[in-house]
Design a protein around this ligand. Structure first.
Ligand SMILES: *Cc1c(COP(=O)(O)O)cnc(C)c1O
Length: 371
């Protein structure tokens, strides 16, 4: 009997072990260790930014980014509804108001044509989130931000190594963030990064990450921060992973091509586009959506795949459908029909970097058997 195929397994067979051993041998395991600065410098170079600031994960990277931009109670931030809770939470915690737009049905990214109509005198920022492997169409967003004097927060958690019109994702926001969770293209177990070209935003984020200790008088605080520090152990793994980013993206694209080749013959499925006018898909995950004439939904499809030992995950559940926000009186009576459909009919199949072709073939057979 074949073994269960998990939805994700990372690839850790580069210099990870060697660098981790260096941490142990030198005794440097805390956030003060030398790999942290090295990883930040290398990461900044890859994304083409002046500053890169490691943090504990991609969710808190967003928390710090929103606070660094001085979002206050009542300030509105426009974001796609179809995203992870981290994005909505980062806005709501300091009292910001999330204002959502629906998705583009083909790329699953935010529908940029809906942004301008949502702008009010209270709008302070647009939070752009690149979803599942294709970047958001940035040019119109940057134009709108410029026209209305809005800040751009760019969540590039799923976009390591991706570009938009040839420029690295993560280089577009006033402040941009990444995650190194094990299902991202590069991982540090848990971890995140904030990048920016703005010196004062960078300083603010470094301070927020470290409890807002002041250099002059360590235990006297003008502001409240968090302990979002990243360890030398994480940075050691991150540096080894970053060395292979190009190879990892190629590997993901090859996996995407194999899946697309096999699954595009199934008429009941909507698959991710191989490319758009401005980018080739990097398949952070390989998602699919059941067409409307399919009699079952994603929950049932995932259950049936599980019975065949195939791991899956459902698509995001829109921010406007989150009970937690409704209880706070937020995003009630909002309708985003495209996102609602994706949440119910979409799921993704195993697409981690350690997946073998043999496993992919097993997945393909199982998906075909659904119909
Ligand atoms: C993974 C992810 C996050 C959260 O990152 P964590 O490191 O898991 O906290 C945030 N935004 C997006 C778009 C993500 O995919």
């Amino acid at each position: 009997m074949a073994e269960f195929i998990p939805v994700n397994e990372p690839l850790l067979n580069g210099n990870e072990k060697q660098y981790l051993n260096e941490c142990i041998d030198t005794g440097w395991i805390s956030s003060e260790g030398p790999f942290v600065k090295k990883f930040e410098a290398e990461f900044a170079k890859v994304v083409g930014r002046k500053h890169a600031i490691t943090v504990s994960n991609g969710s808190v990277a967003l928390d710090a980014a929103v606070v660094a931009l001085d979002i206050q109670a009542g300030d509105e931030i426009i974001l796609p509804t179809f995203t992870i809770i981290s994005c909505g939470a980062a806005i709501v915690r300091p009292g910001g108001i999330p204002v959502v737009v629906d998705c583009d049905p083909i790329t699953w990214n935010m529908d940029v044509t809906q942004i301008e109509e949502k702008i009010t005198p209270k709008t302070k920022a647009i939070m752009v989130i690149h979803i599942y492997g294709l970047p958001v169409d940035m040019t119109p967003i940057l134009e709108i931000a410029d026209k209305y004097g809005l800040k751009v927060i760019e969540d590039a958690a799923e976009m390591h190594g991706q570009t938009y019109k040839g420029q690295p994702c993560g280089s577009f926001g006033d402040i941009s963030t990444f995650s190194f969770y094990p299902n991202k293209h590069i991982t540090t177990g848990e971890g995140g990064m904030i990048v920016t070209d703005d010196d004062s935003l960078a300083e603010k984020c470094r301070s927020l990450r470290n409890l807002c200790f002041q250099p002059q008088r360590r235990f006297i605080h003008e502001e409240l921060g968090w302990n979002f520090r990243f360890t030398n152990l994480q940075a050691a793994v991150g540096l080894a992973q970053l060395e292979r980013l190009r190879e990892f993206v190629q590997r993901k694209r090859k996996m995407g091509a194999i899946y697309t080749e096999a699954l595009s013959k199934i008429p009941q499925l909507e698959l991710p586009p191989v490319k758009t006018d401005y980018a080739d898909n990097i398949y952070w995950v390989y998602g699919m959506v059941l067409k409307d004439d399919v009699s079952f939904d994603a929950t049932e499809a995932m259950q049936r795949l599980k019975e065949q030992k195939i791991g899956t995950r459902p698509f995001f559940w829109g921010m406007h459908e989150q009970p937690v926000f409704h209880k706070m009186g937020l995003l009630k009576d909002v309708s985003c029909p495209i996102a609602e459909r994706l949440s119910r009919r979409g799921f993704y199949i195993p697409s981690g970097l350690a997946l073998t072709e043999e496993q992919m073939n097993q997945v393909i057979v199982a998906v075909k058997s659904l119909f």
